[in-house]
Design a protein around this ligand. Structure first.
Ligand code: XUL
Ligand code: CO
Length: 446
């Protein structure tokens, strides 16, 4: 196939957009940040380093806007619509132009987002290598880094029964071989992490499912990946991404607590942290704040997939986050636990089907970045103010001395505890939880 000569200039994908500047809260420029000021210090660290924003390749560069009722709508002038390697390479250049102009320091991909599937795994791997070469060039040209890579083990029909949890050993083997390659490419590109999202690792009906065997296979799969990680010297962080349903009716990695339990049961916890996604949390019947606290309090807070669902729709709508409450609650937990180490704020979000113009990609990401930047500033202000933390500290102060301290330290026996209460006769009334007072307090900062 004829490709353009190396020296012929590429037509810009976003010719009318320059680098997105920070213009401050009073700006009316839709192509400027109102809150995200990359170099500004918050709690002694730049916003860039706190937030570690990342653009996802799958929605932003492969999303077509199709839904179960209609075909794609997205206008992507840089994409010739073909499944060729040359088109995939050209798309990489458009993607890096976008991310560079946006000022996002990171990005994330699935193997099959960036390069086309071939007729055999060997051909597919060659395609991936050919595109990875351009990814590497563009990373070096722009300084943009790979937050994490992952393998798509759910789109192709071969994965209809799952990948690691399939009933078919050959499909397990195919998926394992695919992960081996995706890990190696992630390593080659200097990726800071690698994510396992169990796209079809679950079941549609228990009538045909050996749940115990499937879960053991999933653990085996992850142990194989841990071993290969060590073998190739990849030092990035492994993540599990909880999601309760969709595409399957029940996914094994259903929420943060289920993931932690699974990782502990199969001796995988030292090797994994969690990648927590807002819309997955809400599908699980939790808030994002809850899921983050569950992960972080177990020492397993890794990264976040930043998006949001729709209050009225019960599926994974993957919308861009714009709520300052969400941004503030997320950043309160992130700051409380010392910030991201390897992870970041990864926009696993897609523009709406009706937002089909390339410029909408900028509006969406600028809004999401401003939402988290504002959330970071709100969280830092709440922490500086100190009233919220002081309230919580006071609420538990009966544990700091006396019988509380003896129970916490494991020194008190049931006999001692009984004697203590018998001597007191009864307990004095509790203090108010003051929820409304605290909600008002938060509103002072929003
Ligand atoms: C699906 C989802 C995935 C993972 C990566 O709901 O969130 O895109 O983040 O496989
Ligand atoms: Co995700």
């Amino acid at each position: 196939m004829k490709t353009k000569s190396k020296n012929s200039p590429r037509r810009a994908a976003f010719p009318k957009v320059g680098s997105i500047p920070y213009e401050g809260p009073d700006s009316k420029n839709p192509l400027a940040f109102k809150h995200y000021n990359a170099g500004e210090l918050v709690e002694g660290k730049t916003m860039r380093d706190h937030l570690r924003f990342s653009v996802v390749y799958w929605h932003t560069f492969r999303g077509t806007g199709s839904d179960p009722f209609g075909s794609g709508t997205m206008l992507r002038p840089w994409d010739d619509g073909s499944n060729s390697v040359a088109n995939a390479q050209n798309r990489v250049r458009a993607a890096f132009e976008f991310m560079h102009k946006l000022g996002a320091p990171y990005y994330a991909w699935h193997d099959r987002d960036v390069a086309p599937e071939g007729r055999t795994l060997a051909e597919t791997n060659r395609n991936l290598d050919a595109v990875a070469k351009v990814l590497k060039e563009e990373q070096q040209r722009t300084g943009i880094k790979l937050l994490w890579g992952t393998a798509n083990l759910f789109s192709h029909p071969r994965f209809m029964h799952g990948a690691a949890t399939t009933c078919n050993a050959d499909v397990f083997a195919y998926a394992a071989a695919q992960v081996k390659k995706a890990l190696e490419v992630t390593h080659e590109l200097g990726g800071e992490g690698y994510t396992f999202w169990g796209g079809r690792e679950g079941y549609m009906t228990l009538l045909n499912t050996d749940m115990k065997r499937e879960q053991e296979h999933l653990a085996r799969f992850l142990h194989l990946a841990v071993a290969h990680k060590k073998k190739i010297g990849f030092r990035g962080q492994f993540y599990i991404e909880p999601k309760p349903k969709e595409p399957t009716k029940h996914q094994y990695d259903s929420d943060a607590a289920a993931c932690l339990n699974f990782l502990r049961e199969y001796d995988l916890l030292p090797h994994f942290k969690l990648n927590v996604e807002t819309n997955h949390a809400t599908l699980a019947g939790h808030t994002m704040h809850h899921e983050l606290e569950v992960a972080a309090s177990a020492g397993a807070l890794g990264s976040i997939d930043a998006n949001t669902g729709d209050e009225l729709l019960g599926w994974d709508t993957d919308q861009f986050p714009t709520s300052y409450y969400l941004g503030a609650y997320v950043m309160l937990t992130i700051l409380k636990y010392g910030g991201f180490k390897t992870g970041g704020v990864n926009f696993d979000a897609k523009v709406r089907r009706e937002s089909f113009e390339p410029i909408d990609l900028f509006y969406a990401h600028i809004g999401g970045m401003d939402c988290f930047a504002r959330g970071l500033k709100i969280a830092a202000a709440i922490r500086k103010d100190g009233r919220l933390a002081e309230f919580v500290k006071q609420r538990y102060s009966s544990w700091d001395s006396g019988i509380g301290a003896r129970i916490e330290s494991g020194k008190a026996s049931l006999k001692e505890i009984e004697a203590y209460i018998l001597a007191k006769g009864d307990v004095s009334p509790n203090a108010s939880g003051r929820q409304e007072f605290l909600e008002n307090l938060i509103n002072e900062f929003i």
